[in-house]
Design a protein around this ligand. Structure first.
Ligand SMILES: [Ca+2]
Ligand SMILES: [Ca+2]
Length: 162
């Protein structure tokens, strides 16, 4: 008899268009983007592409030196519940990906990723919303491609014997 840990119900993704499948006017819908093309840009690229290389369905954050570029959205939460943030960094040509919590409640510490792969951390909601903000690191050049920005509630684990 093996005991396995599992989640009993499917959880709902809380980040809208975190898979970067929908774009309008060169920005991902439901994300607030601050850019100054051609010096800084958020653009759609392929998962294996860098800035200006085309493709679709992933997001590229690009900056020359001395300019900020960032994107964010507001995500509803329940106070006291535990959540998991994740982002899949596909290409890190230059720079790093800074992820900060911009609602003013400091629901997670600012993190800065310097390598590719799926990055995750857990946090407990201190407010009824959170504002993940993805940005470059002023004033360094950046060219980063990522996908699947996600915030999921963490369900209680249930032990099943079979
Ligand atoms: Ca995608
Ligand atoms: Ca753009």
């Amino acid at each position: 008899m093996d005991a396995i840990s599992t989640n009993v119900s499917k959880v709902r993704e809380l980040v809208n268009n975190g898979e970067f499948s929908v774009w309008v006017a060169d920005n991902p819908v439901l994300w607030f983007v601050t850019e100054n093309p051609p010096n800084t840009e958020v653009t759609e690229v392929g998962a294996d592409k860098s800035h200006g290389e085309g493709g679709s369905n992933s997001c590229n954050l690009y900056a020359g030196i001395s300019e900020l570029v960032y994107m964010y959205q507001n995500v509803p939460l329940f106070v006291g519940k535990k959540y998991r943030f994740s982002v899949d960094i596909k290409i890190l040509k230059v720079g790093s990906l800074r992820v900060i919590e911009n609602s003013g409640f400091t629901q997670w510490p600012s993190v800065n990723y310097f390598s590719i792969g799926i990055k995750t951390f857990d946090f407990v909601a201190l407010s009824n919303s959170v504002t993940p903000l993805l940005k470059n690191e002023f004033p360094i050049a950046h060219d980063i491609t990522f996908d699947n920005v996600s915030i999921l509630p963490i369900k209680n684990k249930v032990w099943i014997y079979k």
